[in-house]
Design a protein around this ligand. Structure first.
Ligand code: NAD
Length: 316
């Protein structure tokens, strides 16, 4: 009987699929320092981002034949080393794209109606300064008809574009690899509407967008820094639900303070899990603690996809 340790948990749908296929699945979390011992009794392990699967651990667990990552990033796994030892490493990159894309719009709708500030001030001042607050938040804007610039046109970038198109926004996208094709709007009743989209240059995205959303991995330096902010439209807004480091946070604060950038929405930060205080306290930033993929639907899809990858691997 094949035994899997789902050390960071797995959605019940995924667990049920594995059990139906005859696997034993344990979901209690074994502390990192006891994993080497515990994994001697398992054939595979699944993790999210908490458990680390490093070379040192892999050298002590000869029975492990598969590592499954529920989600995208595999920074917590020594992937190449595992594969060099013949251990399969699988992840579920597409399962959470829509959840991340929807969070982008949660930040955008928040910013265009000042909710990040209203939610902070209403509890303290709503009963005493209602009319002053009403006036302060009177100049909201709509998203329809505005242009969203999407930097990084992979799975999440395209999903974000599709939501934007559904809202009646214009899309300007840039990727290292050009795209020229259709995105499909899936509407009620099974209606599918193909919409042609073609990537443009980074400069065009930066200069012509009302809102800019980042969807690239982190490489070695920020994609948006002081130079890029200077080339943006006045009053632009910026959302980052990709990875910390892709925006120069000091340059962002300067651009918010000067009014160049009207608001920002951030789900990811430098130095997670201890973001910069000046970012956390800024009244023009809508903040979430890296929850882009954290929806029930995404976790169900991740669990189901992970289960099918594990079943496929061991039944091969
Ligand atoms: P993906 O690999 O499908 O797409 C990334 C795209 O970025 C690729 O098309 C790639 O060509 C492009 N790219 C890379 N470097 C670039 C650059 N310098 N300029 C322009 N384009 C560039 O990945 P994805 O699934 O769409 O994920 C995108 C990002 O979102 C990743 O950083 C991922 O870690 C992050 N993410 C965040 C959350 C969250 O909770 N906030 C959840 C899932 C993924």
């Amino acid at each position: 009987m094949i035994k899997i340790l789902a050390n960071d948990g797995i959605d019940p749908i995924g667990k049920a699929l594995l059990e139906k296929a005859g696997f034993v699945v344990d979901t209690e979390t074994v502390p990192q320092d006891q994993l080497a011992e515990a994994l001697k009794n398992y054939d595979g392990i699944t993790v999210r981002s908490a458990t680390k699967v490093r070379q040192e651990l892999l050298d002590q667990v000869p029975n492990i034949k598969l590592i499954g990552r529920g989600g995208v990033g595999m920074d917590n796994i020594d992937v190449e080393y595992a594969r060099s030892k013949g251990i399969a490493v699988v992840n579920t990159p597409a399962a959470s794209s829509l959840s991340v894309a929807e969070l982008v719009f949660a930040h955008l709708f928040t910013g265009v109606r000042f909710l990040q500030d209203a939610n902070r001030k209403m509890p303290a001042e709503g009963a005493t300064k209602f009319n002053a607050l009403k006036k302060a938040y009177a100049k909201g804007i709509e998203l329809r008809g505005k242009t969203i610039g999407i930097i990084g046109f992979g799975r999440i970038g395209r999903e974000t574009a599709t939501v934007a198109l559904g809202l009646g926004m214009n899309v300007l996208a840039y990727d290292l690899f050009p795209f020229d094709g259709n995105l499909t709007l899936n509407l009620q009743g099974g209606i599918q509407v193909p919409i042609p989209v073609k990537t443009v240059s980074l400069d065009e995205v930066i200069a012509n967008s009302d809102f800019i959303s980042l969807h690239t991995p982190f490489a070695d330096r920020p994609i948006l820094g002081a130079e890029e902010f200077a080339k943006m439209k006045d009053g632009v807004a910026v959302v980052n639900c990709s990875r910390g480091g892709t925006i120069d946070e000091a340059a962002l604060i300067a651009a918010l303070d000067s009014g160049k950038v009207s608001f920002a929405g951030l789900d990811v930060f430098d130095n997670e899990p201890t973001p910069n205080e000046a970012i956390l306290a800024h009244p023009k930033i809508s903040l979430t603690p890296h929850i882009g993929a954290a929806t029930n639907e995404a976790q169900e899809r991740i669990g189901a996809e992970l289960a099918s990858l594990i079943i496929e691997h061991f039944n091969k």
